[in-house]
Design a binder for this molecule. Structure first.
Ligand SMILES: *[C@@H]1O[C@H](CO)[C@@H](O)[C@H](O)[C@H]1NC(C)=O
Ligand SMILES: *[C@@H]1O[C@H](CO)[C@@H](O)[C@H](O)[C@H]1NC(C)=O
Ligand SMILES: *[C@@H]1O[C@H](CO)[C@@H](O)[C@H](O)[C@H]1NC(C)=O
Ligand SMILES: *[C@@H]1O[C@H](CO)[C@@H](O)[C@H](O)[C@H]1NC(C)=O
Length: 413
């Protein structure tokens, strides 16, 4: 009885102490994600004029309740999978109407937007999207909110301890440079365009550093000349070699940029990870990795190609885990898993269970099927898939940057 009481007292004391510790200081480690449709978890679905959205079935069919959730995939994104592995919560979309300071402190924020690029002008025909500069501007507003909530000193510490992911670039090619209607396609050559991207990315990464980002990972591009949308452009149905070479050049240049910045910026640990080689091998030898198709989308609209997006009238492949591509642009959940594993392996990420419990983030459970997403199944080693493209740009929602993200812009959908 007595000892029972003692135990309860001790338990209460421990809880109180833990509570005090977390009040005093160390916030949870969370992540802030900047990206395009490969990382979008619901921003574009709140941009009412965006032409790049994943609002209709069968997006999300292998995730949570199986309804569309804003991800341009049947299941998880690469960032979802890497974050799960590291043990950090999946951050909610910036435009999630329920976002508030507590959620940000517990889960971080995902600013990724389909169609977004490193360059402001990329993907302009999607009408609405957040380009990387806009995403950083929204991040600044988020920082202001947190400073008001917990004070400048604690906020600075919180942002310095957070993880950052920057994953853009494919739209700058697919939905900009490689489109004859876009000014950049005639203004630059392959190499001057890459230089222009690198100058821009360098400024952006330095800007993030000035805002407190110390631990940051930049994802490279996959063989984007092999996405189904690119293949239909070639008479043979093969991969577009020039597009793949652009991805390789981008990876080489951005890998060097990130490594240089990691040395020159104070206290920075900036890493670059790509999965190009593995994805290229998966695409060339799908059977070796347990895939059955690596050249067409699982979600397709009869013989109409390219189908642009997956819609309710589309037909799905019989086994979603056997397709490398979910739609014309985006890898399937299982391909994303291979990409994530490759990046985890290359960067040596360890699993840390720092965060346990409770993350209200929008993402739950995985869903169906035969692939058992969580279990690293004995799946083929890792392999990624191309990244890609999609959507939207431009005049982002007029949300005042300094306003609380909570009252997000309208919407629904
Ligand atoms: C890019 O867009 C941001 C706002 O999103 C703006 O502040 C910046 O001046 C633009 N840069 C260029 C080069 O147009
Ligand atoms: C780098 O880290 C040291 C030690 O934590 C700290 O004193 C210094 O202010 C940091 N510098 C920057 C620019 O963050
Ligand atoms: C995929 O599976 C089907 C049915 O089992 C088979 O006929 C086809 O050859 C396979 N395709 C590839 C690329 O493995
Ligand atoms: C991580 O934490 C969760 C929740 O606290 C727990 O269920 C899980 O077993 C832990 N995993 C490892 C590898 O420690």
């Amino acid at each position: 009885m007595e000892s029972m009481n003692m135990r309860m007292v001790k338990a209460v004391m421990i809880i109180v102490v833990l509570g005090v510790l977390s009040e005093l200081g160390s916030c949870k480690v969370v992540q802030f994600i900047f990206g395009d449709s490969l990382s979008d978890v619901g921003n574009n679905r709140k941009l009412q004029k965006s032409l790049a959205t994943a609002n209709l079935p069968w997006y999300g069919i292998d995730f949570g309740n199986g309804m569309p959730n804003g991800r341009f995939c049947n299941g998880r994104t690469v960032a979802d999978i890497i974050g799960d592995h590291i043990g950090v919560p999946r951050p909610p979309a910036f435009l999630d109407p329920t976002l508030n300071e507590e959620m940000i402190l517990e889960n971080g924020v995902n600013f990724a937007s389909g169609g977004g690029g490193i360059l402001n002008e990329t993907g302009s025909y999607f009408i609405q999207k957040f380009c990387l500069y806009k995403q950083i501007e929204l991040f600044k507003g988020t920082q202001e909110l947190i400073r008001r909530k917990i004070g400048a000193t604690k906020a600075a510490k919180f942002f310095e301890e957070s993880n950052y992911v920057v994953a853009l670039g494919s739209n700058d090619f697919i939905n900009n440079y490689l489109q004859p209607v876009m000014g950049d396609s005639w203004k630059y050559t392959d190499s001057t365009f890459i230089d222009y991207l690198m100058e821009t990315l360098e400024s952006q990464l330095k800007l993030l550093h000035s805002l407190g980002a110390r631990k940051l990972v930049v994802f490279g591009l996959g063989p984007m000349g092999c996405i189904p949308l690119q293949r239909v452009l070639s008479s043979s149905g093969g991969c577009q070699v020039r597009t793949n070479n652009l991805a390789l050049s981008f990876n080489k240049a951005s890998g060097k940029l990130v490594s240089d910045l990691s040395k020159s910026l104070p206290n920075a640990t900036y890493q670059f990870g790509d999965a190009y080689d593995v994805v290229a091998d998966v695409i060339a030898n799908p059977n070796k990795y347990g895939f059955n198709n690596s050249d067409s989308p699982c979600c397709s609209f009869g013989s109409i190609r390219p189908a642009l997006t997956c819609v309710p009238l589309s037909t799905l492949c019989a086994d979603r885990s056997s397709y490398v591509f979910w739609d014309e642009y985006h890898p399937s959940d299982r391909a994303n898993e291979m990409i994530a594993k490759e990046i985890i392996r290359k960067l040596g990420f360890l699993y840390t269970n720092s965060t346990s419990v409770g993350s209200p983030s929008p993402s739950p459970v995985e869903a169906p099927a035969r692939t058992t997403p969580e279990a690293p199944a004995k799946a083929p080693r890792e392999a990624p898939a191309p990244k890609s493209t999609n959507t939207v740009p431009a005049k982002a929602p007029t949300k005042a940057t300094h306003e609380a993200p909570a009252e997000a812009p309208s919407s629904d959908d």
